[in-house]
Design a protein around this ligand. Sequence first.
Ligand code: DON
Length: 648
Amino acid sequence: MSLNQRILSRDTPGGRVPRKKRNALDLAFAVYHRLTQPSGDAILTLLSPGPRTSQPATFPSRVATLLLTASLATTPLLAQQPGLAPTRAQHAMVACVQRDACDVGVAILKQGGNAVDAAVAVGFALAVTYPFAGNLGGGGFMLIRDKHGRSHFLDYREKAPAAATRDMYLDAQGNIVPGRSLVGYLASGVPGSVAGLTYAQSHFGKLTLAEDMAPAIKLATEGFVLSAPEATMLQTRNVARYPISAHIYQRDGNFYKEGETFRQPLLAATLTAISKDPTTFYKGAMAKQIAAFEKAGGGLITANDLAAYEVKDRTPIKGRYRGFDVITSPPPSSGGIILVEILNILSGYDLNHLGGIPTPDRSTAQVHIITEAFRRAYKDRSDYLGDPDFNTLPLKQMANKKYAAAWRSSIDPAKPTLSASLVRPAGFMPPPPDAAPHQESTETTHFSIVDKDGNAVSSTTTLNGGFGSGVTVEGLGFLMNNEMDDFTSKIGVPNMFGLIQSSANAIAPGKRPLSAMTPTIVTTHGHWYRRGKLSLVLGSPGGSTIITTVASDLISIIDNHLNIQQAADAPRFHHQYLPDRLDLEKKFPVPPAEELKAMGYTINRLAVADEKNPGVWGDSELIAIDPKTHELLGGHDSRRSFGKAAGY
Ligand code: DON
């Protein structure tokens, strides 16, 4: 039996992985485990180049390797913070990055709206109170699961304008023009948010559009009080470049301060017009105004592009993990299929007891195994994914459990596989299209909602970068996205984040750029009497880190039994195949970080917090349903101090 097989145990549908019978090596693990607890100092001694007093001298080297692996598993954990408690509610819950938008959602639910009404209201409210990422000029995804178990994935991702071309961000020499896909008019795709939110309301809401939009209009008209971090966010250089934006968000240089009320009368008028006639944005007076503004600024979006925009109601991706059904995001999100691939690989391990030893949340051994699953799944993401309306994607093959098992058997329990040496298991996947680089930015927002009837919404929306392209539409008061940057700009050129994707994601007219946004809902699987019970609503922003954040949250809750607030606050780790490095948040505990480094990982610890490197990423907005009491448990990521989970 290989080393790997010793750590592997079989996936069991519908429950936790059974402990295998212990053999001599497992006993050695256990003895060593006791020796090294509780301080973990012995582990560091073992890893240090000096005399290894704590390693039993008589063990053969293979056993020593196993012991090393076991010792790595036992590091005391900082992630499972005991003080963190979920927000509790009896009927309904909203978890959202911005407190006023969260309150809007709760008010709509109390008013008799369902989860979709609340989502529409929160979506529009975020366009007012969180211009960083909430939007009218961007796009998003909304995963809906109703109380009967029917699910819909609303895709209102931006589309490339008809005049977009594959090489539009290259100069005459074929080099990428820095910033062209990120800043200014040319960076924008045709916005989808207004279409998506109004589609959701008209197909799945209970209240009227005017009722769902009233709170956002009020917030724009009367304003909301800025907290210190919100006031600071408005000072970004992204909007200072454009006078209309600088006027609205920065008062022409007289920056807003903490405690001041931020009012947006133009945006209020725009929202009012949409609430009266939502077709105005795509086919009416507003569409003409947007198109004229784009033309004057050298943008590509025309009235025809706006008129041609359509929401797609897609079938979600479905996976299964340890007795739960995972309902998640299909392409053009890469999130769902990569999440399922990660979970399929991990389902062969007893993550909480690798090698038969307790390996809690953020322990070295667990982080190692999960990271190796991330690495493998992201390799597939790099090579295969793009807009499903423009490509035939090998989704079935990617979700194949035998393929996951083959990936699993390539994981060395004691050390990382270098990405450069990672070989895809043969016989499962078609040849990939040409690999191509891709840049993915990091400002988006997620919210989760459950109503009193058990309808659930998980929605992620984005302008792509913070404040999108920086361009505010004149007279309408909303920012345009820079989502075009999510396309592949040029084959073979590494981007800012080093994220690699295939030519399946090349720019083409009418095409949607590949996304990582991963709205996800988890329900119980199993015997008929427990099947289909709503368990979790998950999601986060964070660009390429979204998928690993959602996967980590899910594992923290399902495998490691963290409560929903502990999961939201657990320090994050991320690997995306290329660049070959393990990103760790600044609060990631030091001992496992050191041990992972000693195992051979290149560690990128985001230790310093500044504008470019906040030391953290993502924003988990989570809801769980207590299976016994049916109480709703909310988890809001405390990295974002201005949001909350709230309910009634
Ligand atoms: O769709 C995507 O994957 C990116 N445009 C999302 C960007 C993002 O998450 C930024 N988050 N903080």
